[in-house]
Design a protein around this ligand. Sequence first.
Ligand code: PEP
Ligand code: MN
Length: 362
Amino acid sequence: MEKSNNSPFEGWGLGKLERPLVIAGPCSAESEEQVVETATQLKTLGIEVFRAGIWKPRTRPNQFEGVGISGLEWMKRVQKEVGMKVSTEVGNVKHVYDSLRHGVDIIWIGARTSADPFAMQEIADALRGVDIPVLVKNPVNPDLNLWIGAIERIAAAGIRRVGAIHRGFSTYDTTRYRNIPQWQVPIELKQKMPEIPMICDPSHMGGKRELIQELSQKALDLNYDGLMIESHFYPAIAKSDSEQQITPSELGTILNNLIIRDPSNDNPLLMLTLEELRHKIDVCDEKLIKILNDRMTIAEIIGSYKKENKITILQSARWKEVVEKIVEKGKKYKLSEEMINTIFKAIHQESINRQTTIMNKS
Ligand code: PEP
Ligand code: MN
């Protein structure tokens, strides 16, 4: 991996300023040996920031809930003897105070906690006046404003160095991911808060080590600023998230395979070609809007007929037929069924809204 040197982490005191920032370490701190040995191996890869969960937010009771404060002593050895910055997750005020007392360099807020505004406010209040970098994971549910709100609470407490971690979103469905990425959510966050660095956590997103390479590459291609990857010196014996952890040496291979692309390029010819292609996209978008408008106008006319003849707006059989036909057509053009379904659900909803307005007009 050829790193590039424009980093949004300037002023974060993180050593070398290269993009991407890589944070790595085990899901949980389990033993002094595991922590120090894993960190030592990670350091040889040039990784500057170590992660380890000290308190683990487990879904069911009686699962391994972390080693607690003793783990913070092991983290001190990582700072002093290995020479890395250390980071851990805080989920309540006690975790904040314990971490600060033990000199943790960076704290992060987990996905279950960032979904809870009460917890977020208490943590933010506990951090008031403290100058520590804080990373806020996306909430478990894909609610952009909830994520923004969590970041705002931390920033409003006077924390200057705030970043976001995208780890994907829970779903009841079985998918190839443990947490579905929904890349549009962090992209929108980045548009609304461009100053917030964005880190991807492909470990919790994928839930299995085989997906880490492709998810990391995808994040970098979307211009993410960093990666947080779970790494354990012996993943098979890990007490949590064993299937998604990789050895430091496997992490080294993944990082070596990553291609770092820059958001812009000095080559004027290339930039011109890109400009032209973007212009073509703009033209397509114009056409799309015009066609959508034509379609809605027809839907309104249909609405008037339905009103005059007292028939219902929703005709499920007709709608099912429309979607099936369009999905089939889409396949011919290699348009994914998922996209066609999303777009046409939205179009259908808008048509229904328009027709409802017409029906209710006196
Ligand atoms: C973790 O980072 O170990 C963790 C518990 O992550 P998340 O909050 O994303 O589930
Ligand atoms: Mn984990």
